[in-house]
Design a protein around this ligand. Structure first.
Ligand code: MN
Length: 285
């Protein structure tokens, strides 16, 4: 089973993560494919890119997160398949594998550019994303062990109208699932039942690591708040709130990329569309 590795690593009596259905939900062939990026504050901050394929989520852990700049080659470690139910998970993993805080950072649909299984085997997977933060054409290229582990790939943005010199992880750092939520709010506000009933051990390595994670979550919270109050809502918090709001009006599986694109292209400016889309996120009320 594709999810054996995923389940072996986790104790679902201690983690709020979904175990996944015994048989993956059947979907209509040719329907839209789901993608997400989960920002995961664990022992190290990283971003988990997940692409729905054959009833599971193909997954890569990207330490620095995706970049809209085609010159950036972001290391992406291929990890175990995740259940499709994982794709909208946001919350606290109190202990065990992946202990920390998970934020749903981007969500939408993806389209393969070519034969996925062949491309995956070859280690050259080209695809298009239609999320709130990530759009357009991308590639995952396997490094084939050159200068890295056997599971190391590179995530690269192709040059297109959605590429641009924007540090998207800084520009839009917050949740697209819970409006306004940064890590601290996910930790404090959206407390899963399990987190209440099963707080992490106060001693031992897990306890120590979790203290560090909580401290870091609170540190990361401060700049976003300061920016927002200082610039009357023009900070990253506001942008993400707008992104989360726009989601409410969108249909199942993401938003209307065509609509966004059309509006962005109407604007008379030489600026890259990625920048326009980012501004749209910032100004949409
Ligand atoms: Mn992770």
């Amino acid at each position: 089973m594709a999810l054996d590795d995923y389940r072996k690593k986790r104790d679902f009596t201690k983690s709020p993560e979904p175990a996944g259905a015994a048989t993956p939900p059947r979907k209509k062939a040719g329907g839209p494919l789901f993608f997400c990026v989960q920002k995961h504050l664990a022992s190290h901050l990283h971003y988990d890119l997940r692409l729905e394929w054959n009833g599971v989520l193909l997954s890569w852990a990207v330490p620095k997160g995706p970049s809209l700049d085609p010159r950036d080659k972001r290391l992406a470690m291929h990890v175990e398949d995740h259940p499709v139910e994982y794709g909208t998970f946001e919350g606290v993993i109190p202990e065990g594998y992946g202990a920390g805080i998970v934020m749903l950072w981007d969500v939408g649909t993806w389209e393969p550019e070519g034969d996925v299984d062949a491309a995956f085997r070859k280690g050259d997977l080209k695809f298009r994303l239609s999320g709130y933060k990530l759009k357009g054409s991308w590639v995952l290229v396997k490094t084939h062990g050159f200068g890295g582990a056997p599971n190391s790939w590179l995530l690269i943005k192709h040059k297109d109208e959605w590429a641009g010199p924007i540090d998207i992880t800084t520009f839009a750092p917050l949740s697209v699932k819970t409006p306004d939520a940064d890590f601290a709010e996910i930790l404090q506000g959206k407390t899963p039942d399990l987190w209440l009933s099963n707080a992490p051990a106060k001693t031992g390595d897990t306890g120590e690591m979790f203290k560090k994670i909580i401290a870091r979550a609170l540190t990361m919270k401060a700049p976003a708040r300061a920016t927002t109050s200082a610039s009357a809502g023009a900070g990253p918090l506001r942008r993400d709130r707008a992104a989360a709001r726009s989601k409410k009006g969108a249909g199942e599986g993401g938003h209307d990329a065509k609509n966004t694109k059309a509006k962005a292209s109407k604007t008379k400016t030489a600026k890259p569309k990625a920048k326009m889309a980012a501004r749209k996120v910032a100004t949409k009320r």
